[in-house]
Design a protein around this ligand. Structure first.
Ligand code: NAD
Length: 493
């Protein structure tokens, strides 16, 4: 199989790393190298940030109206939509994520650019009813500055759009660093960006490792905002990096999201929610509903149904349309699933199905859809983010217990509630500590709906109008409208 060699995209041009260094990208389905990407050096990162800075403060981008910026985002949306299938296939080859999902997501990504294209000329300040005579006071919402965007490997096209869309609508320029685990989609996206006709330096796409590339980018003096998606440990480094530039940070981190199923729920729908929340994307989703908390009256039936469904999932080549679950993205993920499932079993959990490499899959990082019944939340699988197809199931007696279990976590990203009791749905939604609650559905997203978490799941919001606040800063302008000159402050009247 031939290997594709990608290039960085800096200041509107494709280039190699300044020292020519490259790293391999592995196809998780075969375990083989299928592409290489440049490992951006300090010099490359510096050039990308300076290009973005120039575009924002001196170049053509700085002189464009908000409406013109919006039109370019519309063009980007059309260009992405046109090649969505190809972008999806590349993401699948690079990350192992199911093509049905990556292709659909790439097509939907166009809607994020469209949404923010429409928002570009609706970002406005206020005139304040100020408590002083002869003063006209207003606020402007100005672009925050150069944005450093760091994305993980599990949904690159999507997580890039949730940052680039609002950042460009606000008038910022961006430098995006892809994950070293799956660098290809971003560099393929660079080819799309190049055709749209953005002024040079508005969107720069680079690849490299957290150290040095991510560190240098997030601590760069000309960076004014860091939008980060990834794990909590990396986020701590990113926060430390920004001590150098005081750039505000937004963090989209992981989760251990509860999915609460009440006796009164439509059980078929609830099982679908649990399957989507745990086995969709092989469980490699920040909002995986990996703690399934089930009321005693339907618990046994739920375990039976979900075990049957897990065993029926078709594993295979993620590019194949018939496949329902692909491999994990890396061997590290695979090893972690093996060890956490084994530890949980030794702590008293019951494995109903899965927990190992599926028969007939000798290559690639395939892991069986796994259902574990956990007596309580001391079991390791209920506490750590696994990023794999491992569902931990817990039992509860009443609503209060369910809320207690749901909130017994350091995370707070997503939560699901399955019930046919409307009052209960609102009551429990209010009491669960999470940034998103889905009732009788799971994993739904939209450019219109803010997305983000609390606690170890991070802070700041992507999508919706909220995201604009992440990429703008408020300036307050005071204008003295009095016909008299400003009074001498040392002369008392
Ligand atoms: P990761 O934290 O290992 O890496 C994320 C990115 O940070 C990569 O691009 C990496 O190169 C970069 N990085 C590493 N060290 C750095 C440093 N010192 N300075 C700057 N950047 C650095 O995460 P991952 O394994 O790629 O992704 C999985 C994690 O992402 C999971 O925890 C998952 O829940 C989370 N995630 C969250 C969301 C969300 O929206 N909340 C979405 C997807 C994934």
């Amino acid at each position: 199989m031939s290997v594709t060699d990608y290039q960085l995209y800096i200041n509107g041009e494709f280039c190699d790393a300044s020292d020519g260094s490259r790293f391999d990208s592995i196809n998780p389905s075969t375990g083989e190298v299928w592409a290489t990407a440049p490992a951006a050096t300090e010099q490359d990162v510096d050039r990308a940030v300076k290009a973005a800075h120039h575009a924002m403060f001196e170049g053509e981008w700085s002189k464009m109206t908000a409406t013109q910026r919006g039109h370019l985002l519309f063009k980007l949306a059309d260009a992405v939509a046109e090649v969505a299938q190809d972008l999806g296939s590349i993401e699948t080859t690079d990350s192992g994520k199911l093509a049905a999902e990556t292709r659909g997501q790439s097509a939907y990504v166009a809607d994020y650019y469209r949404y923010y294209g429409g928002m570009a000329d609706k970002i406005q300040g206020d005139v304040l009813p100020i408590d002083k005579p002869d003063m006209h006071v207003y606020t402007r919402r100005e672009p925050i500055g150069v944005v450093a965007a760091i994305v993980p490997w599990n949904a690159e096209m999507f997580l890039t759009a949730t940052k680039v869309g609002p950042a460009l609508a606000a008038g910022c320029a961006v430098v995006i660093k892809a994950s070293e685990i799956a660098p290809a989609p971003i560099l393929e996206f660079a080819k799309v960006v190049d055709q749209v006709g953005f002024p040079p330096g508005v969107i720069n796409l680079i690849t490299g490792f957290g150290e040095p590339c991510g560190r240098i980018l997030t601590s760069h003096k000309q960076v004014s905002k860091v939008a980060f998606t990834g794990g909590a440990d990396t986020a701590r480094h990113v926060i430390a990096n920004t001590a150098n530039n005081f750039a505000p940070v937004s963090l989209e981190l992981g989760g251990k999201s509860p999915l609460v199923i009440f006796d009164d729920a439509d059980l078929e729908g609830a099982v679908n929610g649990a399957v989507a929340g745990n086995f969709g994307a092989s469980g490699q989703s920040c909002v995986a509903g990996s703690r399934v908390i089930v009321q005693a009256g339907v618990y046994d039936r739920f375990i039976e149904m979900v075990t049957e469904r897990a065993q029926a999932i078709r594993l295979g080549d993620p590019l194949d349309d018939d496949t329902q679950m692909g491999p994990l993205a890396t061997q590290v993920q695979y090893d972690r699933c093996i060890s956490v499932v084994a530890a949980s079993a030794s702590e008293g959990a019951t494995i109903h199905t899965g927990g190992k490499r599926p028969d007939g899959f000798e290559t690639g990082w395939y892991f069986e859809p796994t259902v574990i019944a956990c007596p309580d939340q001391t079991i390791t699988s209920t506490r750590v983010e696994l990023f794999g197809p491992v569902m931990s199931v817990l039992k509860f007696e009443n609503e209060e217990d369910a809320i207690g279990l749901a909130n017994d976590t350091e995370f707070g990203l997503g939560a699901g509630i399955f019930t046919n009791n409307l009052a209960r749905a609102h009551r429990v939604s209010e009491k669960i500590h999470s940034g998103i609650v889905w009732v009788n559905t799971y994993r739904a997203i939209s450019p219109i709906a803010p997305f983000g978490g609390f606690g170890n799941s991070g802070y700041g919001r992507e999508a919706g109008v909220d995201a604009i606040h992440e990429f703008t800063r408020t300036k307050t302008v005071w204008i003295n409208t009095s016909p008299e000159p400003m009074a001498n402050p040392f002369v008392m009247r």
